[in-house]
Ligand binder design. Sequence first.
Ligand code: PRX
Length: 638
Amino acid sequence: MVIEEEETTSVLLHERRVFRPSAAVVEAARVKDWEAELTAGQDIEAYWAAKAGQFEWFAPWTQVLDSRDAPFYKWFVGGRTNITHNAVDRHLSTERRDRVALLYVNERGEEYRVTYAELASEVNKMANALMKLGVRKGDRVAMYLPPCVEAAVSMLACAKIGAVHSVVYAGFSVRALADRIHDANAKVLITADGTFRRGKVIDLKSVADEAVGASPSIKTTVVVRHAGNPVVSGTIGREMLYDELIEGANSECAAEPMDAEDALFILYTSGSTGMPKGVVHTTGGYMVATATTLQTVFDIHDDDVWWCTADVGWITGHSYCVYAPLLAGTTSLIYEGAPDYPEPDALWRVVERNAVTKFYTAPTTIRHLMRFGEKWPQGCDLSSLKILGSVGEPINPEAWVWYYEHVGGLRCPIMDTWWQTETGCFMISPLPVSALKPGSATKPLPGIEADVMDLDGKPVPPGRGGLLVIKTPWPSMLRTLYNNPDRYKKTYWEQIPGGIYVSGDIARKDEDGYFWIQGRADDVLKIAGHRIGTSEIESAFVSHPAVSEAAVIGTPDPIRGEVIKAFIILKEGYAETPELVKELRKHVRHELGPIAVIGAIVFTATLPKTRSGKIMRRVLKARELGIDVGDVSTLIET
Ligand code: PRX
């Protein structure tokens, strides 16, 4: 199988410069020799076992990796620990105790600091309150929350008592929330009165109420008073205010000794079918790998001010706003608001005000802010910044260079981190001392073995495209798909022979062994870095009474990377009017939430299909891009 570079990728190839670290970066870095570190990471079990040693274990593990029941791998077998104990309580006997753990900032300029000692007390109160609500080890707790301190506290409180959290991004619609609550059979939902966005308060409670109405498993809804929206009581089930729930709760709570392989959380992500996949992460390996990768890639120290701009509702928020920075004992800045409100320097003002040292965001944010010009970052003092990061989609060299020049002041290396909801932690990424090629995530991290292969499981030569695969297990890998182990095996482990993890991405390696990610191989779109399946979008379209059939593809967008183009066959009796187009846009937005950004809707009489009636999106895509059908072959069907 050969995948030639597509239009989008060739754009990546225009920038040929290699950016080497300055003496100052090397001087400051914990890891000074990239190649030596990669070599050290080749003994995978020894590497991860050494990293696990920095944490407190209630019982030691007896085996680092158990592959007997592959692909249901087990890490740190027999070990018992608690991630909240390690992320919070462990620091209380050190000087981190009075350092800021969470620094909450919003677009209205409000700030709120929580020290490790305060965080411990808040988490314990919430953990006790959840137990009072009947939540026990293994029970699922759903969350539909803005980025806020209570979100982190609630996640950590669940983990402290062994409850499994399932956070749903607060931009998702009623249906998406209800589907996820239902699949996880969640007992409690934690939500808020609203969230701040571009000077407005977006109501979350009414979405939550509607979803709870369709979710009989929810026994209690907990409401955080966050945005000053009047809280109207829902009519279904028991409802409690967060403040009242934790008021008077005991601020001491023993950590549940969790088996390293006990579930920590479920996070739903889009796949190729309509029903999102409940990615399950477990305790020990996730703890070790998220913290280690943050320490190695961003060289995190106690006195850093680390800012990951992701929402807590996505894996990036779970791993790198909450767990990894707290495990590493640093300060994590949580921001709520739009990046360009009240002015296009909103983010840079936050960096300036809080002396942020490490800043991690998505290419779509950079491209969006580039449009307003460099005067906005130039008008702020960004000299506190030391390292920058990028995640979620390939970063085009133009955005990379702008970020490097105008945000990083030609001083800060950019860590382009490739990873996924499923991987839990960064997988392919430079270290601060690496030689950087804009547009490439460089090489697999120490302890990670990635490659580019064809469908027969054979490595493809440099310069050729193929499937991006991970050849050996890693500690923070997903363990299964919730209630669907068969789909887990089929989606990730049975696409090619040899027990190799297939990521769903297409990539190529160059002569220097640098990886260049070219995008998804399956029917998954990346809109502004957010992952959404074509089938989910198509079902949203066909749930409108006028639509008989729908096929959607992603088309290139200069800011968002990709947007939706929909091909629609109408039912008899419906006319192709501009009003209907408007209505369909509104309908899909209502069904899926604002992440489903529609570029164009076209009406058509037929759709290209296989003999078995499956829509051939790749044909639509090839026509759209004006390329040969063979070049966009859908490699994976899951
Ligand atoms: O296609 C890859 C892209 O994002 C996908 C994973 O999406 P999600 O599970 O939502 O997690 C996003 C945050 C980790 C991948 O399969 N992707 C992620 N990071 C990069 C990337 N593509 C290119 N370069 C990256 N740095």
